[in-house]
Design a protein. Structure first.
Length: 290
């Protein structure tokens, strides 16, 4: 078993819920990305448009001006890059600049050309569960069974992407925690990750600093106070066979996942040793039961 990939969040936006405005300047963004990389991020996930509840849309030209130069520089420095975008033209320019992943929070619903673009380029495609844009997504989230409903709806998105020519081996799914979902929906989805893994696709979990974790921080505390809860979820997501986790605080999650990895390795070593011992006993004493 290997630990999930760590996607380090880099918001080059003025209005993201956790760190909006801190990395809008390209130089500052590149410095922060380098710090995340040195701290153990496997991929830098760059977003040029906030998708927090209530956020307004950003002009595509503005999104690309924020994102593409940073992508180009990070790739030149040897980093793996993901771009968080709902726009096919931004996806195209980002892949041209070297992005390895396109992280589409709309799952292809926001831009009718996204599937066509992802079929034509070489990047891996993260398809998130999504119902509405940020301005209205929390108006009335309703599910009969959130795990089954999300599984059905995201399966439909994946099927349509494949019909448009997207290579199934390039597709990763994300249950979309916090997007048209209540806190209870989020917890049910996390507990239901094993059911989602049965789709046979890699799963990215993005719980970092989201509002449903506020109960684990002091009242009125900044979103960064939710990092311990986020890291705990990263460890539990690893246990549930998640492929990746998307986080703001890379060192906290990296430490938890490194501990989980050592634990898992030790368990496999012990299991192999026990099997070898049992085989030796049977060979030396035919009919013996280990």
């Amino acid at each position: 078993m290997t630990r999930p990939l760590i996607f380090g969040v880099l918001n080059v936006t003025p209005d993201s819920f956790s760190d909006g405005g801190r990395w809008v300047d390209a130089t500052a963004a590149i410095e922060h990305a380098t710090e995340l990389w040195q701290q153990g991020a496997d991929v830098i996930d760059i977003g040029g448009e906030s998708t927090r509840p209530g956020a307004a849309r950003v002009a595509v030209e503005d999104e690309q001006a924020r994102v593409v130069p940073v992508v180009r520089e990070l790739v030149a420095r040897g980093m793996r890059v993901s771009v968080d975008t709902m726009n096919s033209s931004t996806a195209a320019r980002s892949v041209e600049a070297g992005a390895e992943f396109i992280n589409d929070v709309s799952g292809g619903l926001a831009d009718p050309d996204m599937y066509r673009e992802m079929a034509a380029n070489s990047a891996k495609y993260i398809v998130m569960h999504w119902r509405e844009h940020s301005a209205t997504m929390q108006n009335a989230p309703h599910y009969v069974d959130v795990v089954r409903d999300v599984r059905r709806e995201i399966t439909q998105r994946v099927a349509e992407a494949i019909v448009w020519g997207v290579d199934p081996s390039k597709i990763i799914i994300d249950p979309g925690l916090g997007f048209s979902k209540t806190g209870e929906h989020n917890w049910q989805l996390l507990a239901g990750l094993p059911e989602l893994t049965r789709l046979g696709l890699p799963i990215l979990v993005g719980a970092s600093r989201k509002g449903f974790l506020a109960e684990f921080a002091p009242d009125g505390a900044p979103a960064s106070e939710r990092d311990a809860a986020t890291a705990t979820i990263s460890g539990l997501a690893a246990q549930a066979s998640a492929w990746g986790v998307r986080v703001h605080n890379v060192p906290a999650t990296r430490q938890v996942l490194d501990v989980w990895n050592r634990w898992s390795d030790a368990g496999q070593t012990r299991s192999t040793a026990s099997s070898t011992t049992a085989s030796s006993i049977t060979t030396l004493h035919p009919g013996a039961t280990a």
